[in-house]
Design a protein around this ligand. Structure first.
Ligand code: NDP
Length: 288
């Protein structure tokens, strides 16, 4: 007779609070030493309700942590060229230490061109090609926030990645791809899956670590999870549902992130931590 396993939850909410407290302490120290508090510029094109909410949440967390934010709201009619001018202006403004371009920006915007207008030293959301290259080369730099949050969760729960088979489902430039790069830098053997992958179930079934980053409710079947695997669900779908069938997956996994309360809160925490680090670098503060 085999007992039913119940995975330990990888709680992001409390860990995110701790990361933000550390960022707040650093922000206070930066203000004390330089007379300037860290400042994040948030840029939003249009009024998509979800994007408006995300930006509001990020700015509220900044305020609580002693990080200033400067919001730039652009009309939906903004062109790529106009957006680039705005981002280049913020990149050259010494009073702005980090820049967040909330995306998606809309189909008429060349998002890649816009991201590349963000100065690398202010790319606290980890979206530029320079930041991606740093992740790919395992060099210091800003990480994409959600993958960075995932790595911090894995570290917190002492998941040893060396030699483990990590399967990343999803290959977007801000989530799946950089998550795989960061796992590779920790010596995991990484497989990427995407919409054209044949026999996803079989590949997921071989994973010691699964990272779900698709955006389709419960598309990773619980019965496909290898017993004892670590399951990271970055998906966030309407109704607070992740990309993994949590109910069944938790009876097979060793560790699993809840949705909500797993990866989500970590994303903002990494954004704040990187904004403070960017400010420290730009203000010449090296030691805390
Ligand atoms: P994208 O839509 O940019 O990418 C989705 C990826 O999933 C693509 O690579 C796509 O493949 C792949 N995919 C689609 N269908 C399948 C399928 N049937 N089988 C395997 N792979 C598939 O999404 P994002 O990366 O931006 O976001 C993914 C999820 O993460 C969403 O739920 C989003 O809400 C969530 N998210 C959560 C964040 C957080 O803070 N927690 C932050 C950002 C995102 P292909 O490349 O072939 O099209």
């Amino acid at each position: 007779m085999s007992a039913t396993r119940t995975a330990q939850l990888m709680e992001g909410t409390n860990l995110a609070e701790r990361v933000i407290e550390e960022a707040a302490a650093k922000a206070a120290e930066i203000s004390r030493r330089s007379g300037t508090s860290p400042c994040l510029a948030t840029v939003l094109v249009g009024e998509d309700p979800a994007s408006v909410t995300y930006v509001r949440m990020k700015r509220a967390r900044c305020a609580k942590a002693g990080i200033r934010s400067r919001h730039v709201a652009l009309p939906v009619s903004t062109t790529t060229a106009e957006l680039i001018v705005t981002l280049a202006g913020l990149s050259g403004d010494p009073d702005v230490h980090g820049i967040l371009l909330q995306h998606p920006c809309g189909p008429h915007i060349d998002e890649r061109a816009a991201f590349e207008a963000i100065a690398p030293e202010k790319d606290v959301d980890g979206v530029t090609m320079r930041s991606f290259a740093a992740m790919a080369f395992a060099l210091p730099g800003f990480v994409s926030c959600t993958p960075g949050g995932i790595m911090r969760l894995l570290e917190e729960y002492d998941v040893d990645l060396a030699g483990k088979h990590a399967v990343v489902v999803g290959r977007s430039a801000i989530l799946g791809k950089p998550a795989g790069m960061l796992l590779l830098a920790k010596d995991a053997t990484v497989t990427y899956c995407h919409s054209r992958t044949a026999d996803l179930s079989a590949i997921v079934g071989e994973a010691d670590v699964v990272v779900a980053a698709v955006g389709q409710p419960r598309m990773i079947r619980g019965e496909d999870i290898k017993p004892g695997a670590v399951v990271i669900d970055a998906g966030y779908n309407p109704g607070n549902v992740g990309d993994v069938d949590f109910g069944t997956a938790r009876t097979r996994a060793r560790l699993i992130t809840p949705v909500p309360g797993g990866v989500g809160p970590m994303t903002i925490a990494v954004l704040l931590a990187q904004t403070v680090d960017a400010a420290a670098n730009q203000l010449g503060i090296r030691q805390f």
